[in-house]
Write a new protein. Structure first.
Length: 131
């Protein structure tokens, strides 16, 4: 069985491209914190390349940004290719099948209009609520 479950934050915005047949593919790097046993150890992270296909790739491109916290479920894939210098290169990546958005959506320096912050009018303190 080849199954991977990761949780972490995006290192940068996802890059969405389209194949020649029109399939969407998104790629991004996920920073995943390592657990450590001693309290004085410095926290370290692994940076894992993630690849997402089809509609889920478009959803990621439209909704995820650098710093977004996600949970990824997928599989590990190892592929190889021949580099320009003739050497054989190997790439290890996670192919995501499911993505769960965690936490709140990061704010990109956009001011929310005052009417969008709350709905309805404020009730004065001395008035009773009718229900």
């Amino acid at each position: 069985m080849n199954k991977v479950i990761l949780t972490g934050r995006l290192v940068r915005d996802p890059e969405v491209r389209y194949t020649q047949t029109g399939k969407a593919v998104a790629s991004f790097t996920l920073a995943v914190n390592r657990r450590f046993s001693s309290s004085d150890a410095q926290q370290t992270a692994d940076f894992i390349p993630i690849v997402v296909w089809d509609k889920l790739a478009e959803v990621c491109g439209n909704n995820l940004v650098k710093g977004s916290q996600v949970l990824i479920e997928g599989r590990i894939q190892i592929r190889s290719y021949d580099a320009q210098d003739g050497s054989k290169r190997y790439v290890t990546e996670v192919i995501a099948h499911e993505i769960e958005f965690m936490g709140s959506k990061p704010i990109n320096n956009v001011q929310t209009p005052p009417q969008a912050k709350s709905f309805g009018s404020e009730v004065p303190c001395d008035e009773e609520i009718p229900f």
